[in-house]
Design a protein around this ligand. Structure first.
Ligand SMILES: *Cc1c(COP(=O)(O)O)cnc(C)c1O
Length: 411
């Protein structure tokens, strides 16, 4: 009989969102008149902007005519999209990239998972706690870890706590690590790494011959001038960092699927005998073998994000979400609740009032304010006592939710 990958059995059951769903359904069945407002989801709610829709439609029409039909495209993505992104998204940051350093994909979740293909299982991985669960679980799946302990920490992973006590900026790992996941702006905490902090990580990675896996899925939500949008704004990063970006949150592509990875030419790793190998070449080999590119209409739609019209329209949607974030952050702060994030990210990470656990606060918020959020403990043990609210909602709902919370907890 075929043997399974035993590592899958080490994963804890996808518990967080099903459990939220179960508790919400239980409450709404018992209280059908309650108008429940959901600020728990990490998905966008606004439709694609008109410039993107127009390019998407035109590209579909191209596919209907033999002279403009497109079959397989380059596995790495079309050159016109790559060059547009380099020109419009990286050059203004003072970052120069070559076309062969960028790979277009069907989204960052897959990229963050697939990148593990090119690294040996013996690498030691460091990741945040709380964290985007994909980093942790994909390392479990490939067999890099032992079992989870009673707190949910897996053996062989180095966890870096992100808490109010360290200002959401953990120190360097005390043991040697090879792969370091950084996510800024951060999901779930909504906080950002400063230029100085990122310089510290890059220097650390170069000194320790580690690779940084930098997830910049929320870079478009940065509103403060001095916060880096790309790890490559940091000196030395092209020698030690891979960057992931996505059109999902930036341009509402969660249901369309497009992302990208940057693997600079200068990046190297070593073989078992210590010989240096080029990581860009390995990733290119991996993609050309296991991936056949993103569809032509989707890449056309993605390119339209960077047209003058498209960029302005996308920016308006981001501003709308960030105004929601401001309302939540300021409303809750006025109610005496400690809030973090929400300035450069569409998430507000709050300290639960009266020292409640994340789940106790979830239940109280649901049953007394009819508002749904996400318990911080679901993102890792250090998320206990915290709670995430998302700014991806309708303005009137956001305002009503803030008002209900203020009425309940405000002084
Ligand atoms: C939403 C999100 C992504 C993007 O995932 P896609 O697969 O591109 O939709 C990546 N990283 C984090 C931390 C996210 O929250």
């Amino acid at each position: 009989m075929a043997r399974i990958n035993d590592s899958y059995l080490k994963l804890k059951a996808g518990y967080l969102f099903p459990e939220i769903g179960r508790r919400v359904t239980e409450f709404t069945s018992a209280n059908p008149q309650a108008k429940v407002i959901r600020l728990g989801i990490g998905d966008v709610t606004k439709p694609l902007v008109p410039a993107v829709i127009k390019a998407f439609h035109e590209a579909v029409d191209d596919m209907a005519k033999s002279e403009s039909f497109h079959g397989y495209g380059p596995e790495q993505g079309y050159g016109w999209l790559i060059d547009t992104i380099i020109e419009k998204a990286y050059k203004p940051l003072g970052v120069t990239l070559k076309s062969n350093e960028m790979f277009i994909s069907d989204g960052s979740k897959c990229d963050c998972a697939n990148i593990l293909d090119i690294f040996a299982i013996s690498n030691v991985v460091a990741l945040g706690d709380p964290v985007y669960p994909v980093y942790n679980d994909t390392n479990v799946m490939v067999g890099r870890t032992g079992e989870a302990d009673k707190n949910g920490y897996y053996e062989n992973i180095v966890y870096m706590p992100y808490t109010a006590d360290n200002n959401f900026a953990p120190g360097f790992p005390s043991q040697k690590v090879d792969l370091i996941y950084l996510c800024s702006p951060n999901n779930p905490t909504g906080t950002v790494a400063t230029r100085e902090q990122l310089q510290g990580w890059v220097d650390y990675a170069i000194k320790n011959e580690a690779i940084i896996l930098f997830d910049a899925a929320y870079e478009a939500f940065i509103t403060e001038d001095d916060v880096p949008h790309s790890i490559y704004e940091i000196e030395g990063a092209k020698q030690c960092a891979i960057e992931f970006r996505s059109f999902s949150k930036t341009a509402g592509f969660t249901g369309v699927r497009c992302g990208l990875v940057v693997v600079p030419e200068a990046l190297t790793g070593t073989t078992a005998n210590g010989e240096k190998q080029n990581l860009n070449r390995l990733w290119n080999r991996r993609q050309s073998t296991k991936f056949n590119g993103v569809s032509y209409p989707v890449q056309k739609a993605a390119a339209a994000v960077y047209s003058d019209e498209g960029w302005q329209q996308v920016q308006e949607v981001i501003d709308y979400y960030m105004e929601n974030a401001r309302l939540i952050r300021e409303g809750l702060t006025a109610a005496g609740i400690d809030c973090y994030g929400g300035v450069n990210a569409p998430y507000i990470w709050l300290k639960t009032p009266e020292g409640m656990t994340s789940w106790d606060f979830f239940d109280k918020l649901l049953t007394e304010c009819h508002v749904v959020g996400t318990p911080g403990s679901g993102f890792g043990p250090s998320g206990e006592g915290y709670f995430r609210l998302s700014a991806f909602g309708e303005r009137s709902n956001v305002a009503a939710a803030v008002e209900r919370i203020r009425a309940k907890w405000g002084k």
